[in-house]
Design a binder for this molecule. Sequence first.
Ligand SMILES: Cc1ncc(C[n+]2csc(CCOP(=O)(O)OP(=O)(O)O)c2C)c(N)n1
Length: 379
Amino acid sequence: MTSPDFLTDPATVRVLSPDGTFAPSPAAERYLPLIEALEDAELERLYRDMAVIRAFDQQATLLQRQGQLALWPPSFGQEAAQVGSAHAARPQDHVFPSYREHAVARVRGVDPIGIIRLMRGISHGGWNPWEERNGNTHIYTLVLGSQTLHATGFGMGLNFDGKTGSGDADKDEAVIVYYGDGASSEGDVHEAMVFAASYKSPTVFFLQNNQWAISVPVATQASAPFAARAAGYGIDSVRIDGNDVLASYAVARTALDEARDGRGPRAIEAVTYRRGAHTTSDDPTKYRTKDEEALWAERDPIARMRAYLLARGASEQFFADVDAEGEAVSADLRERIVTLDAPVPQSMFAHVYSEPHPLVDEQRRWLADYEASFEEGTA
Ligand SMILES: Cc1ncc(C[n+]2csc(CCOP(=O)(O)OP(=O)(O)O)c2C)c(N)n1
């Protein structure tokens, strides 16, 4: 588990304390103008996005239990890190998610049925990143860390195309890439950081340190804060309280603006907690304690923002409307999921190579024979 000094470390950017009080840490001072510029409607939007995606996430978990999905990776507990950083990105920026970034996808405009289609096994992607309504959100990556290379290379391309550093923040483009504490041990992430630093790729490395890589605790991945590791590559790096949506927004906004402006990559370590299972195939009671779960429940990102908004005078009606929207999104999901096809196993061979390939043909034939053997067995 992340060392206890995290809550009191003055170098960690935190704006709201776990009980929702506005109490910026020393490191948060430089970001306060960005937060003070947020209007009530924008603050409420941050809360709304977190609460609605949580409802969707819980519904998807239930639907997996009912056999509608092969697998579900819950985003439960990580909503602040995701919603804050996604709102920090400008429309022209590019987003490279891992496989748990449901809140990011929502903020960028992706129809959640695309995520559902992927997790049902009927699509290799789920949505087209180049369609405008998808907000330049690239498809989920299940191979740990590889998306950091894609994001770095994409950012290098932006530089070559002259799409950075003109000084026009409404026109220049940047990239944000999401990955986890476990993924940070992959060579890909390190190679990506070397290239990003050397070529000043306008890429923000956004690490959600949710304390666990399935059953492996974060202490096994890193003996020092991840933020220090990125700094070792020459990348400006900041550690934030990842359950504070305001900290996530302001730090990511600053990092993206700097990257877009041609000042090279930036890194953010968002310290958060995966409150659910790693996926629906996992049983976290086998490796973590009730005490630990209770400790992080007290630091829940949505409860924190709710308390802050209530203290600012948000109405009961507002919270009721948000709950109703969460239920509407869940109902829509329940209705649409039953209209989706069943997975077609043969489709897994469709996009391996653009040209026919003898090994893939052989595997396709093997699978067809294997499936046919069941029919013969029952005849
Ligand atoms: C290259 C690679 N190795 C192993 C796996 C199997 N795997 C899937 S998720 C996971 C743990 C990832 O943990 P972390 O990066 O902390 O992300 P989190 O799931 O906690 O969000 C592992 C080992 C994989 N998908 N890809």
